[in-house]
Design a protein around this ligand. Sequence first.
Ligand code: NCD
Length: 328
Amino acid sequence: MSTSIRLVKDDLRPPESTGRRHLLSIADLTRDDVERVLGTARTFASSLEREVKKLPTLKGRLIVNLFYESSTRTSSSFELAAKRLSADTLTIKSVGSSVDKGESLKDTALTLGAYDPDVIVIRHPQVGAAHFVARIADAHVVNAGDGKHQHPTQALLDLYTLQQELGRLDGLHVAIVGDVLHSRVARSLVQAFALMNMRCTLVGPPALLPQGLGESTTDINAIRDADVVYVLRMQNERMQAGANFVPSLREYTARWGITPERLRAGQKVMHPGPMNRGVEIDPRVADSGDALVERQVRSGLVVRMAVLYDLLVGGPVGVRALAAAEVA
Ligand code: NCD
């Protein structure tokens, strides 16, 4: 795989203003933006309850999904979100495309740009890759994960899930447990929780808790104080070779694994997937009614529909606007 872009801190600056909006980082959003997207997602959720689930809203638009890292949930939900809104989709995975012949991200983006996409959704192992594409491509760009930096649509779908399941966001306390250091999900969540006036405690082994991200503790018993426990995977692919962040996976599971005994009765548990059952999460927890994992995946579809809608059509959408789009 070619990673011929060299990204430096400066590459995280917002793309030059073209008037075109992107979703690159939670840091770019206001509380109003988040509330608008969650509201649109709720409207789409009710449209999906109908027998015919397709809306003509984005007919004739092209969404390109460019995935340079493995993905099940994120790539499938972006693709289905675009299809449910009647957009055309092109999904390019690094394996099997010219990327594995050494084509640079720049050349791939420019090549796909020749088809005039309306939105490019990109996942890439390098921090800043989505910002880079936003600067060179003539399209709205959505960051579907750049290295350990950001994964804004995951944070939005998690907010949506929490709001649906617990009835509020304001004042909720979430404990994020595990490999925070390598997690773009955690970085986006910490910002999203702050924006929505929620409390967040980071819990894990000392070497996997980055400095300066927020309130943190190595004591697993701290999770009992939280309303929700958000479990992260050990992201071995992002760890530097040879570095030992935990003595062993067995030791990690013994000290920080989420078991029924460590949870309060009825405490809700979330995980962005993929789960490593028996490592960071006990199968009894993963399979219990308090695990919201499948609901997170469901939320991913409507939230990504809302993000595509928001970028391409813009502004709040009510049931009336959707109904009008349906008869168009
Ligand atoms: C996450 C990711 O890829 O950042 N998964 C996801 O998008 N649902 C988390 C992970 O890989 O652990």
